[in-house]
Design a protein around this ligand. Sequence first.
Ligand SMILES: *Cc1c(COP(=O)(O)O)cnc(C)c1O
Length: 427
Amino acid sequence: MKYYSLNHTSPKVNFKTAVVNGLAPDKGLYFPENITPIAKEFIDNIDNYSNEEIAYEAIKQFVGDEIPKAVLQEIIAETLSFDFPVVNLEQNIGSLELFHGPTMAFKDVGARFMARCLGYFNKNSTEEVTVLVATSGDTGGAVANGFLGVKGVEVVILYPSGKVSDIQEKQLTTLDKNITALEVAGVFDDCQDMVKTAFLDNEISRTLTSANSINIARWLPQMFYFFFAYKQIHNQHKEIVFSVPSGNFGNICAGIMAQKLGLPIKQFIASTNINDTIPNYLVKGKYEPKPSKATISNAMDVGNPSNFVRIQELFNQDINALKQVFSSYSFTDNETKEAMKAIYKNSNYITDPHGAVGYLGLQKYGLKNNDFGMFLETAHPVKFLDIVEQTLNVKLPIPNQIKSVLDKEKKAIKISSYQELKDFLNN
Ligand SMILES: *Cc1c(COP(=O)(O)O)cnc(C)c1O
């Protein structure tokens, strides 16, 4: 498979180069040259296939012959070593739980898949690659965990001191092996700026790569669980509506890819917090990015969603075609808390703030009798412990994945300037 840059001035590349580069030299996102639907027979008989087989069928054309079949199957099996249940909450509403992985957020799927692809591509190289990432919380944990123990790959994570939750900090700083955490005196934007500077700095002797969410090896495997959800509910013979709590719009864009591969999905709802660039775009027809605003669903505090250009490409830049299958609504923190309370009261189910925004999207859309709506529960409520406990007046039990890191000792190197990052990377 060849990938082209959405800025259209860089040459086409193969899967491997797209994964290693992350972004094209012209700063465009990579996009597959062809998307061929899966055989209808396969989807009609989806019950006969395991999750691993379904995932292989979905991803194989995008990898081509660049990873041998047996290796790709092993990568998939390791990526998917946990459950993706749909939990029924109401007659026609379910929660697709994506938080059963090691760091309890859906980003585990993309991070684990990407880490193993990069590990494979790098296995015969004598030179180590260094994955450099800045995180505002969840991404870092998923990336660090995904790359833990992957040979030939060093991971350096920058996070803003005092700006991530205790649980998130422990997930970043207790891993050892090939993972190093740098605690930056500053905010997330400072971390991000240092990373960007390092990528442009030719005095850095290491080979740097990014594990950003725009990387195709993080984006594409997110298709998998839309298929798994379909497998669990298609016997109800309902029309399927997915509401995806969206920030950078990578997750929902992967869902639309699954639809392009032939998965019967009626509608996508991109549910956002008050960072409403896309809901506004659908109303006005004009794309007006703006600075992000802080909310309680902070993994979606994005004012200029990087993956939206991929969604536009999937619909040939035709907003009317897009609107046929895609809606987007924005919700305030207050509405989000009220939804968390209502879901808890009516269904005895605890959502995190992101999932609650997804639930609100289904309500606003207005499900018809023959629809089945699923919102993606993108993180375990315990990852947003304070807000969930305060809003619902409950005490959450701490799951084992989290307990095991809370007891470990934090190890981080404090830095406060770009020069210190550079010195670290060159030593
Ligand atoms: C990253 C994240 C999102 C947003 O996903 P995008 O693919 O960026 O739209 C939603 N919820 C949680 C918990 C996340 O960590």
